[in-house]
Structures are given as structure tokens and as C-alpha cells.
Unconditional design. Structure first.
Length: 187
């Protein structure tokens, strides 16, 4: 679903950045994948990136896309527009609300662009997409040691759901459960 780019202007005594948010395009895949790798390095998990730019392209633009991405372009002063970050997201569904929501899988702003309002513009734009589509919530997870991100999320008014713990099946454990060979005795 193509949307018109949305512009946001962020100003302070030391920062004046204009941010334009747009839908990612096929030609952005290599850039997004590079940022995914940078994010994994920041999160101390580079070795866990097993995907490829080709798989990402299929997930975003293939016959049955399963995710969407936004690109933030920033312009500082008289400089031209430069890519400054991305958000990648997909649908969720709330059984309690009986309506869809959005799961923000990744939001990344390279270090040189941070503190200029790019992350806030991406979150704001994604929140407006959530509302415009009539979805019930925008959710994401953050690492417990990433205090800059955690502080930012508190600042914008996000609720931290301490009582919920994420769980994951992948690799061998996923294969065992799928094959019915995992120990699934009742607790």
C-alpha cells in the first residue's frame, strides 16, 4: 500500500533536521539489509543474521509480501535528502480485541543520524498508519540493556509490559515440536 511521503520537522537549539517518511521500494532492499546487519552488530548478535537481501526482498515485495518497511530520509540544512533509518513491521492479531495490530520488528537509525528526531518520526508515522487502518495496537520488543531505546519509549508514552515474556521456537526445537518429538507433557 503506497502512501505519500510524510514530512516531519524536528528542531532544537542544536538540531534542525527535516525528516520525510516513505514506503520502502525494491531499490532500498540492499540498504535495509545493511542496516539490519548493523542493528544485529549493535545488539551483539551479528552471527544470528541468517537471512539474505534476496529473502528480504521476497518478504517485502514478493508474490505474497509478509512485511512492510518505511524509510526515513533526512535533510539537514541545505544538504539533499539522505536515507536516515528504517522501520520494518508486519501484522498481528488480538483475540481479545478481535482486530489486527502492527508488530514493529525493527526500527534502526544509524549512529550519525540519532538524536535528530528520525526515530520519533518513524514511530509517529507508524502509529498514524496503525490508526488510519483501524488497528488496535502497535507493539514491539526491546533488549533490556538498551537503555537509550527504553528511555525513548518511556518518553513517548509506551507502556512496558513487564508481565509478558517473549518465547520462541526456532531451529532444532521448532523441528522437534513440528515433528511431534518434543517432550510436551502437561504441566
Amino acid at each position: 500500500m503506497l502512501r505519500q511521503p510524510a514530512s516531519h520537522r524536528v528542531s532544537s537549539a542544536t538540531v534542525s533536521v527535516e525528516v520525510r517518511i516513505r514506503d520502502a521500494r525494491r531499490e532500498d532492499v540492499a540498504l535495509i539489509f545493511g542496516w539490519i546487519v548493523e542493528l544485529a552488530e549493535y545488539e551483539r548478535a551479528r552471527e544470528q543474521v541468517r537471512g539474505t537481501a534476496e529473502l528480504l526482498e521476497d518478504g517485502l515485495f514478493g508474490a505474497q509480501p509478509t512485511a512492510e518497511a518505511l524509510i526515513a530520509d533526512a535533510r539537514e540544512g541545505d544538504a539533499g535528502w539522505q536515507p536516515a533509518g528504517f522501520a520494518l513491521f508486519h501484522l498481528t492479531f488480538s483475540t481479545w480485541e478481535c482486530r489486527p495490530g502492527i508488530w514493529l520488528e525493527d526500527l534502526y537509525v544509524p549512529p550519525a543520524q540519532r538524536r535528530g528526531g528520525v526515530g520519533g518520526a518513524l514511530i509517529s508515522h507508524l502509529a498514524s498508519i496503525t490508526v488510519a487502518r483501524g488497528y488496535t495496537r502497535l507493539q514491539w520488543a526491546a533488549l533490556d540493556w538498551n537503555t537509550p531505546a527504553l528511555d525513548f519509549y518511556v518518553k513517548i508514552g509506551a507502556d512496558r509490559l513487564e508481565e509478558w515474556k517473549l518465547h520462541r521456537l526456532d531451529g532444532e526445537s521448532l523441528a522437534r515440536v513440528a515433528a511431534g518429538t518434543a517432550d510436551a507433557t502437561e504441566r
